[in-house]
Design a binder for this molecule. Sequence first.
Ligand SMILES: [Zn+2]
Length: 168
Amino acid sequence: MKYLFITLAFLFALNCKAQYGKISGQIIGIKYSKPFSKVAVLIKKYQRITYADSTGNFTFENLTPSQYLIQVLAKYKPKSELYFDTSFIVNVQKDSTLHLQIKLPDTCQYDKYRKNRRCPICHKKNKVIPIVYGLYIGELDTENYFYAGCTVSYCDPTWYCKTDKYRF
Ligand SMILES: [Zn+2]
């Protein structure tokens, strides 16, 4: 009995001395380094979840030195469609902070309209035509297509409402 007590005391002492590590990270866009806020960051094994703040920063403190599977989940809005989900393994060491920079594809305000041609201004579809990018060969069909030229970026509108002269 005495022996058992000593063993337990020893374990307790070890626990008190355990040195914890920390993860500190920032989530930004690949192209413009725009901070992503409200992105969920999870350590699955420990059921821990945190959200990136308005500057894209997040932290996990008091982590036992170990390998952790980190999952990053980004949604356009709470409850709306998930557009990014990635997981990776990190190694947390005692008494140190692991700095992570996580880069996500930039969000685009037009993404939510890609599959929905209803105009956000008049709420109708009948005068909405697809926008075409690039060089055109032959006659232009300006009745059924809106020709937007050759300049494309990572974030371009898909539709043109003829009633409102609005691209979305
Ligand atoms: Zn419209």
